[in-house]
Design a protein around this ligand. Structure first.
Ligand code: NOJ
Ligand code: CA
Length: 560
């Protein structure tokens, strides 16, 4: 039975939804950012019951799996990437029973469930860190984190020169304490000591906890950061999430991509493989080149890694083609699938990035004082890009709202900002709030239907009305209907498990490729070009002149 064509019909047994050989190789995985997806109880923050209520929408979209950003107990200093208890659902999002209902319903609708695992750091409100603060230097409780004495005659200089990814020093001193602790992110996110056996044992147990509750996989946060170089040596580079990637060709950084991380993932893989149903892991690792990233997805490690080179590519045919080729080659070399990612909760939404003067540039947030993207052009390009991304062999990620063509909130007032990166850089980095704004479900409802009332943890721009689900549902040519159609065709033509073959394009701005009997063409230039031979299946914009593909438009044709 094909679950996607029988929407809202439950399979006879739950196992039907969770079997399937290496399903992750070609899966379309939809990222849910729980606090911004759907709010069931009206407190202005999305929650698990809100997700459950919207699962039929996702099943109808035609995705294979959902990945949920963290919903665990947390003081929310980094929107949940600061976990205080890995086995407890934060009351903001609901209860473990709510999770169980959501997971059960997702499986019943034929969708896998991937949860986030945050192993590099805990919250400073985690019981372990609280115990460490109350214990003296050199104590067993401190050994689970990276506490060090400071430099200088009184120890009041940080132990080394590392900077936090979010700006400022990577070391903080607990008040009244003689020692410093390392935090590659916010001071409320102390880094764990992964050389400590208790840390390893604890995370194996956390994995088991969620595997026992039926999750199909884990998205592993900061997968390249767990092990630090011995002695924590000074480093001249800057520990950025993205820009740092390029530095790592001959990895000089002492905090990223150390060899020791791999045995951890091998171990986890063996653990996952003791469970039935193809459980998987996907690495969040900002490293380059692709060959280094591919080491995380060798046969006995994780199954997937996010392809951030693809996310970072500019709107340029040669650059995109080169990234596609290098990604496919690097993952093929280790027998793993490639992933294709355009947006997530850490980057300006690609609809807006493609509307910048340098299309595809990735500013660290956009505010009213910054360059405002050309919204219509960005959307047009994003729709065309969907026809490239979803035609490529491998697994594709969709960030919630992408299927609506949702833009970044580019004029969010500073007083609403919550991203620690904004505060730690004194506003020099605008931060990631603009891509995290709650989704619009109904154009004419308070909070655009995000919740039952007015409340929304970040204000939504008026323009969101245009993108609301109810404005697009059933409307031919809407971005939502385009995504539904593409996902249906992707399945029918088995594009995710296919093979990519470039064809000559006749223009440097155009890419033409075949995947099985489907031919894709994307025109990244401004001028129309001739449409290749084939029967038109779908185009990202109406094709007004016969035989012609306008600028910033893509089409799928069939050769059969
Ligand atoms: C990557 C996550 O995607 C991001 O949101 C978070 O701030 C950092 N890791 C730290 O956990
Ligand atoms: Ca809520």
């Amino acid at each position: 039975m094909n679950m996607r064509t029988k929407e809202f019909t439950l399979p006879e047994t739950e196992t039907e939804a969770v079997t399937g050989a290496e399903w992750w190789r070609s899966a379309v995985i939809y990222q849910i950012y729980p606090r911004s997806f759907a709010d069931a109880n009206g407190d202005g923050i999305g929650d698990l019951p809100g997700i459950t209520a919207r699962l039929p929408y996702l099943a109808r979209l035609g995705i294979d799996a959902i990945w949920l950003s963290p919903f665990y107990r947390s003081p929310q200093a980094d929107a949940g990437y600061d976990v205080a208890d890995y086995r407890v659902v934060d009351p903001l999002f609901g209860t473990l029973d709510d999770f169980e209902r959501m997971r059960h319903q997702a499986h019943a609708l034929g969708m896998k469930v991937i949860v986030d695992l945050v192993p590099n750091h805990t919250s400073d409100e985690h019981a372990w860190f609280q115990a460490a603060l109350k214990s003296p230097p050199g104590s067993a409780a401190r050994a689970r984190y990276l506490f060090r004495d400071g430099k200088g005659p009184h120890g009041d200089l940080p132990p080394n020169n590392w900077q936090s990814v979010f700006g400022g020093n990577a070391w903080s001193r607990a008040p009244g304490d003689s020692q410093w602790y390392l935090h590659l992110f916010d001071r409320k996110q102390p880094d764990l000591n992964w050389d400590h056996p208790e840390v390893r044992a604890e995370f194996e147990d956390v994995l088991r906890f969620w595997l026992d509750r039926g999750v199909d996989g884990f998205r592993v946060d900061v997968a390249h950061g767990l092990i630090k170089a011995p002695g924590l040596p000074d480093w001249g580079g800057h520990a950025a999430m993205v820009e740092g990637a390029a530095d790592h060709g001959n990895n000089t950084s002492p905090m990223w991509d150390q060899e020791g991380v791999h045995e951890i993932y091998r171990h986890w893989r063996r653990l996952l493989d003791t469970y039935p149903g193809e459980r998987m892991m996907v690495a969040e690792a900002w490293i380059a080149p692709q060959a280094r990233l591919a080491r995380y997805i060798r046969g006995d490690e994780m199954q997937q890694a996010f392809n951030f080179d693809y996310l970072l590519a500019h709107w340029d045919a040669a650059e995109i083609r080169a990234v596609v080729d290098s990604s496919l080659a690097a993952s093929a070399a280790v027998g793993a699938p490639t992933t294709w990612v355009m947006s997530n909760h850490d980057s300006v939404r690609h609809t807006s990035r493609y509307g910048l003067r340098k299309p595809g540039a990735r500013p660290k947030g956009i505010d009213a004082a910054g360059e405002q993207p050309d919204e219509a052009l960005g959307l047009r390009r994003a729709r065309a890009a969907a026809l490239l991304t979803l035609a490529l062999p491998g697994s594709a990620y969709i960030y919630q709202g992408e299927e609506l063509g949702l833009p970044e909130h580019t004029t969010l007032d500073a007083r609403y900002r919550q991203d620690p990166a904004f505060f730690r850089t004194q506003g020099a980095e605008i931060g990631r709030d603009g891509c995290r704004v709650p989704l619009p479900w109904k154009a004419d409802a308070p909070s655009f239907g995000f919740g039952p009332g007015e409340k929304s943890w970040l204000p939504q721009p008026d323009s969101f009305a245009r993108y609301a689900v109810d404005r697009q549902d059933g409307v031919s040519g809407s971005t939502l209907e385009l995504y539904r159609q593409l996902l249906r065709l992707r399945r029918d033509y088995a594009l995710g498990t296919g093979l990519l073959e470039w064809q000559s394009a006749g223009s440097p701005d155009v890419l033409v490729f075949d995947n099985g009997t489907l031919r894709g063409v994307i025109n990244l230039g401004m001028q129309p070009v001739a449409l290749p031979r084939g029967t038109l299946l779908v185009a990202s914009e109406p094709l007004e002149t016969h035989g012609e593909l306008p600028g910033n438009t893509a089409a799928w044709l069939t050769l059969s």
